[in-house]
Write a protein that binds this ligand. Structure first.
Ligand SMILES: [Mn+2]
Length: 275
């Protein structure tokens, strides 16, 4: 990863919400419903979706496909209604990196590079999906470099939609099979996370991807790594976490509170988790 672009938080953004790994898909209506409810009345002034919003994205032409299009249109329309009220930023994950301009325009989302530095007053936070930092997974990093290549993407998108859907299904099955054989989940490399923060002059890294929500202190230097959970409304208890950053109205600039919450808040106060 080279240098990271900087996005300055607008002065009137009191609350910023971060979420990732919703893995929206037609077969999981409960998670879609919980997410749509959260999106319908956002209590934040800016929203950051840090990748894997969709379980898979095979190309924007799926939006107009008579057989498969309806669910993805609904997703785009849910985002559209939110982005008409507040800015919605989207970072590509390893499952939806083929999201294109047509989806972004329809949903009213602004794409963010991975990583992006979010400058909040005097603080600098790095936003990332997280997969690029899982360095010990060498086969995945090779695969990632291959599929992020423009020529690969052009060739893939040129294939008929049914072919792409079949190919993705095949790749998913192979990946699930591989996971069954491995003992542990591969995590973000802490040294790489630390180096990224130092290189970008930032103190906080916010990412998803690993589905291992936690707050890690990095390299004894006050640096912090916040890991977002994935979303699953059917698990017990439901996983529907949003990391909210709130600027206190009377606090000095840069005095921001980061707290993990569960969305939508209708589920009950018991679901509020302290950061
Ligand atoms: Mn991911």
């Amino acid at each position: 990863m080279g240098t990271a672009p900087v996005l300055a938080a607008q002065p009137d953004w009191r609350r910023m919400d971060f979420l990732s790994d919703l893995h929206l898909q037609p077969s999981d209506k409960a998670t879609f419903d919980a997410w749509a409810h959260y999106m319908a009345s956002p209590h934040c002034d800016a929203m950051f979706i840090l990748g894997d919003l969709f379980e898979v994205w095979v190309g924007d032409d799926i939006l107009s496909d008579p057989t498969h299009g309806m669910f993805w249109q609904q997703c785009a329309d849910v985002i559209r209604r939110t982005s008409e009220q507040i800015p919605v930023f989207f970072m590509y994950g390893n499952r939806d990196f083929l999201a294109g301009q047509r989806l972004l325009s329809r949903a009213g989302m602004t794409a963010l590079a991975d990583p992006t530095v979010l400058a909040v007053d005097t603080e600098r936070w790095v936003l990332s999906h997280g997969d690029a930092l899982c360095l010990t997974d060498k086969p995945y990093q090779t695969f990632r470099a291959e599929v992020r290549d423009t020529a690969w993407q052009t060739a893939f998108l040129a294939r008929p939609l049914p072919d792409r859907l079949a190919l993705v299904r095949h790749m998913r099955e192979a990946s699930e099979h591989r996971k069954l054989g491995s003992q542990s989940w591969i995590d973000v490399d802490n040294a790489a996370a630390c180096a990224l923060l130092q290189r970008t002059d930032a103190t906080v890294l916010i990412h998803g991807h690993t589905h291992m929500p936690a707050t890690h202190k990095l390299c004894d230097s006050g640096l912090v790594r916040h890991v977002l959970s994935d979303w699953d409304a059917t698990s017990q208890p439901p996983r529907l976490q949003v990391l909210s950053a709130t600027r206190q109205p009377h606090a000095p600039p840069g005095d921001c509170e980061l707290g993990m919450q569960v969305a939508p808040p209708i589920f009950s106060n018991k679901n509020i988790i302290s950061a």
